[in-house]
Design a protein around this ligand. Structure first.
Ligand code: CDP
Length: 239
């Protein structure tokens, strides 16, 4: 497998073509951004931690029957993935109220949400990822009803699998964002699952162990990601 030219450079990952048109290389950089790219920094080891973390989580999801784009780890900061035809929406599930939900609806932080909430957002930084619903997706032909149903079902199934995985590591999966794409006519999980795109709180102390540490200037960002990885037993992290 040969890595070829860069196709896109996102805020934290770069995507490269390969000599196989059905495969891409993801490079997890140390760049960290928040507030639609307004706050940016470089955090030592973050690319490596997130690449290994993501490969571990994608592996757990595959084992539990979720189709993902992950093929294999290539190096500290690179993974080989399937090339998907990405659907431009973000699927968010929330188990505990915080973040934009509280700002938008004026609800209290830290409420247990039962049943968990599901929200769609349009992936568009310039528009600050506005919230949308199924009808926007259908009217603008971003996805079909069947694809919407599959994205929802898979996102909730991920919630069951990962809430348990994190609970066993003494962590609460507060909320998270997933992105899907099409591969040979099937809906497949793409992008990443790392502490950059979810909220994880220590189950005892409620200490934030995710990108909110960066957003809120709390420090110890990568150290928190590494602690989560250590608790989960992610290979190649820590001692
Ligand atoms: O982060 P913020 O409060 O602006 O947004 P949110 O709607 O409360 O985010 C819900 C979850 O989705 C959090 O775990 C975010 O980290 C994640 N998210 C993301 O990864 N990327 C986005 N563009 C928006 C949210």
């Amino acid at each position: 497998m040969e890595k070829r030219k860069e196709i896109t450079k996102g805020k934290a990952k770069s995507v490269y073509a390969t000599d196989d048109p059905s495969k891409l290389v993801l490079l997890f950089r140390n760049d960290t951004s928040a507030f639609d790219g307004q706050k940016i920094d470089q955090l030592d080891r973050k690319g490596m931690v997130n690449n290994r973390f993501n490969a571990f989580i994608m592996g757990k999801l595959e084992q539990a029957g979720i189709p993902t784009h992950q093929e294999k780890l290539l190096s500290d900061q690179e993974s080989l993935v399937k090339r998907l035809d990405m659907i431009p929406v973000e699927c968010v599930v929330r188990n505990i109220s915080t973040g934009s939900l509280c700002r938008r609806l004026g609800v209290e932080e830290g409420l247990n949400l039962n049943p968990p909430l599901f929200e769609f957002f349009l992936k568009n930084d310039a528009l600050h990822d506005p919230m949308i619903n199924d009808y926007h997706i259908l009217s603008f032909r971003w996805a079909t009803q069947e694809e919407i149903d599959q994205m929802k079902a898979l996102t909730f199934k991920v919630n069951d699998i990962l809430s348990k995985l994190f609970k066993d590591a003494g962590l609460l999966l507060v909320d998270y964002k997933l992105e899907f794409g099409r591969y040979n006519g099937k809906i497949v999980l793409g992008d990443e699952f790392t502490p950059d795109g979810c909220r994880l709180w220590d189950a005892e102390t409620r200490k934030k162990m995710d990108k909110d540490r960066f957003r809120q200037g709390l420090g110890g960002v990568v150290e928190a990601y590494e602690e989560v990885a250590l608790r989960l037993g992610v290979p190649g992290i820590g001692a």
